[in-house]
Design a protein around this ligand. Sequence first.
Ligand SMILES: *Cc1c(COP(=O)(O)O)cnc(C)c1O
Length: 426
Amino acid sequence: MTDRPHSDKLYDRATRVIPGGVNSPVRAFGAVGGRPPFIDRGLGAELIDSDGHRYIDFCCSWGPLILGHAHPKVLKTIQATAARGCSFGATTALEVELAEFVTGKVGPLEKVRFVSSGTEAVMSAVRLARGFTGRDKIIKFNGCYHGHSDYLLVKAGSGLATFGEPSSGGVPASFAAETLVADLDDQEGVEKYFEKYGDDIACVIIEPIPANNGLLLQRPEFLHFLREITAKHGALLIFDEVISGFRVGWGGAAKLYGITPDLMTFGKVIGGGMPVGGFGGRAEIMDKLAPMGTVYQAGTLSGNPVAMAAGLATLKVLEKEDGYNRLEELGAYFENALKENLGEVQGTIVRQGSIIWLIYQKEMPRRADQIEGAAIDLYNRHHRAILDQGIYLPPSGYEVMFVSLAHTTDMLDRAAGIIGKTAQSL
Ligand SMILES: *Cc1c(COP(=O)(O)O)cnc(C)c1O
């Protein structure tokens, strides 16, 4: 086992002053066991911990770092922007530039508003959907994560067509009751909700490429069905593209599947590693926001210039370097390398571009309940051995891997070799 005395010491200090020692729960490595390495710096596709160990990083800060760590162009832009002041609480040219760039690239977006996290983007989009439709209920899917706002920390109640139950302490049952939870890939379940509550459903929200509970790729017909049924009942369709937006291509999942949602949410890649979220859609809907309309939404640091500059610089590098084609190539290369190296080990590799999920079961799941516990256990049990060989995988079998433009085919071969050998040894 690799020793990490500096990380261990930092972790001890952290647990004394920060709950669980972390500012976001999965960072504690609870699912995979062992203490988490503390990160000192990142360089391209690599992380270096406080003890000087190097890792090829497949977590990439949970998705944002599509160019890899500390990309020179992004860094230079951040430094130059920060030198002019970090925040003004007044509008800057950078916000306009990023908004123009984003609406220019994503068809369904006529207007966009920037916030500071994905959670905030989704929370605001749901409020806007309610304000626009004058309705209260929302439908979400089991196995989709939409950030940690109250109405979205809800799991399915018992039995179909019942109200949701809070999946976190501190969420009132009366809030959760406004959230109807359906299963992915379950057309009938959604139809039943609309039959029963059709006139009170403000929106259906889905990760069109669900990537927070494994990678549960949906049948295109199911997503098209959601577009049709929401339109029929006067409800809005929200695509939560906080992961998929600017990850799977210009236009995200909406473009990929040829669907025009009413609202879309963004985060992660759009901030280039800085805290940024965004939500947008048709002007008719977006203009219901304050100061134009009655739906309140605000933020002291929203549209922060340094964050806008980092996002814009990232997207421009992607554009200049034909990033999405290269990411598709790298993703396909890694998928094949993993398949070869896993040999006889039973596993499925689910991939959408540079989002990759390795699950040790035969069937590719489309719903949360089709993921086998034993498959997750195997991933979690081999995590530490792989980490100790210099490969930083997401610390839970339910999390997906990301490949960045900084990953080389040599790195992908090395990682696939280590993952394959470790899986075979278990
Ligand atoms: C990460 C994520 C969020 C929440 O974003 P934060 O920036 O962590 O608040 C919301 N929706 C999806 C689909 C996500 O992947």
